[in-house]
Design a protein around this ligand. Structure first.
Ligand code: B12
Ligand code: SF4
Ligand code: SF4
Length: 336
């Protein structure tokens, strides 16, 4: 996420008008999505260990379809204003801080979970921002912090990464670790990730302001393109090509093929399921990626406990990468 702090981004954030000559107004659009229950659900007729995907990623990639909708909205503004306006669109990837812009536009408040919450739709919504040279009278910022004394999200957060100032420590957030971060997941956070293979939404599920939307919202525009619960072993068997054909055009590809497999391996370790051992052993002994071998060693140790001593000692003699070797030695030491 380095792009958020480079000089170009900072300059544009300080002065959005530099991005669009003559810019006068920022307009924020919220687009609600439906939460899909996946927690604890097993795939029908299967005892296979499963992983779950956060609801926001189960639909067509919102970056694409929100862009289309935002363009339609801009065309409507042209029509109503009777002039051809200039627009720039921001959806998730720009200098503009979308939550803060929405707050300043009076759409809602920033919850303790750091997300934008609106009174009617809660926080299960994507945001899009338009910058335009049309001058529109500004709305007032949202003045009330409707979190009050509530701390449910802080208590519910599995990694304890919600800080006391309406912000999150992204380095520990499961959404960051499973989507954006491509390296070795710190040892103390692997178990915390549990079966979450892409994203996390515990801090939204816990929020009382989402109760209405959890019960009532039916979103006809966004039908599911991905199942919320997947079979870990079958997913691990996907080739790079079948991964692309299954997940191309969805947010999942943001994790990359390798990052997604790393997440599957961690979920396998957390499942404690013996069924995962053959594919994990194959990864540990044969996968060309040191990152995957490292996590596979951990997952095998999680499932087998002290029973993994022999296999870890054997692979340690063959391992050529110092990072994997160090992980294996530390796992072996833990068992002594
Ligand atoms: C980087 C990023 C992440 C990072 C860091 C998250 C974070 N909280 O900053 C990671 C990868 C962890 C992440 C995770 C998720 N993200 Co994200 N992410 C972004 C992104 C690209 C930038 C956010 C950013 O710049 N943060 C920087 C820090 C400094 O901001 P901050 O911690 O929020 O702090 C600011 C405010 O909280 C405010 N503030 C602090 N204290 C207080 C107190 C009060 C009273 C007030 C009013 C304000 C306030 O001031 C701070 C400085 O500006 C935005 C898109 C965008 N361009 O804006 C999407 C965005 C925030 N993400 C989004 C989503 C959906 C998610 C996930 C739910 C996805 C998932 N299910 O896994 C999780 C939620 C995790 C969480 N609790 O935040 C949506 C949120 C929609 C909403 N309703 O708010 C956005 C807007 C994308 C979009 N276009 O829809 N995300
Ligand atoms: S997304 Fe998950 S890990 Fe991140 S702040 Fe919310 S509950 Fe915590
Ligand atoms: S769970 Fe409570 S504290 Fe957290 S964002 Fe929702 S209302 Fe605010």
């Amino acid at each position: 996420m380095d792009y958020l702090k480079n000089d170009r981004t900072r300059a544009a954030r300080a002065n959005p008008a530099a991005l669009l000559p003559g810019a006068q107004t920022l307009i924020v659009l919220g687009y609600p999505y439906k939460y899909q229950t996946s927690s604890g659900i097993r795939i029908q007729n299967s005892s296979a260990p499963t992983g779950r995907i956060a609801s926001y990623a189960l639909y067509q990639d919102y970056h694409h379809y929100l862009r289309k909708k935002t363009k339609l909205f801009a065309a409507a503004i042209d029509q109503v204003s009777g002039r051809k306006n200039r627009f720039l669109f921001f959806i998730d990837s720009s200098a503009i801080l979308e939550k803060d812009t929405a707050f300043m536009a009076g759409a809602g408040w920033i919850g303790k979970n750091s997300l934008l919450i609106t009174p009617s739709y809660g926080s299960f919504q994507y945001l899009a921002v338009l910058l335009t040279d049309l001058l529109i009278e500004a709305d007032e910022p949202f003045t009330t912090d409707l979190c009050g004394q509530c701390r449910r999200c802080i208590t519910a957060c599995p990694s304890g990464c919600i800080t006391e100032n309406h912000s999150v420590d992204a380095n520990r957030c499961i959404a960051y670790l499973t989507i954006e971060y491509k390296g070795v997941i710190p040892g103390d956070l692997r178990a915390v990730i549990a079966d979450r293979i892409f994203g996390c939404e515990e801090c939204q599920l816990a929020c009382p302001h989402n109760e209405y939307i959890l019960r009532n919202l039916t979103d006809q525009n966004s039908s599911l393109v991905i199942e919320p619960t997947v079979d870990l072993i079958r997913e691990m068997e996907l080739s790079v090509e079948t991964f692309q054909s299954k997940y191309g055009g969805t947010p999942i590809t943001r994790a990359t093929f390798q990052g997604f497999r790393r997440n599957l391996i961690i979920a396998m370790g957390n499942s404690r399921s013996q069924e995962c051992l053959p594919i994990l052993e194959n990864t540990l002994f044969h996968d060309p990626s040191w990152l995957l071998r490292l996590h596979a060693a951990w997952a095998i140790a999680s499932i087998m406990g002290q029973g993994s001593y022999q296999i870890l000692s054997e692979v340690c003699r063959l391992e050529t990468d110092y990072r994997v070797e160090a992980e294996i030695l530390s796992l072996i030491n833990e068992q002594k």
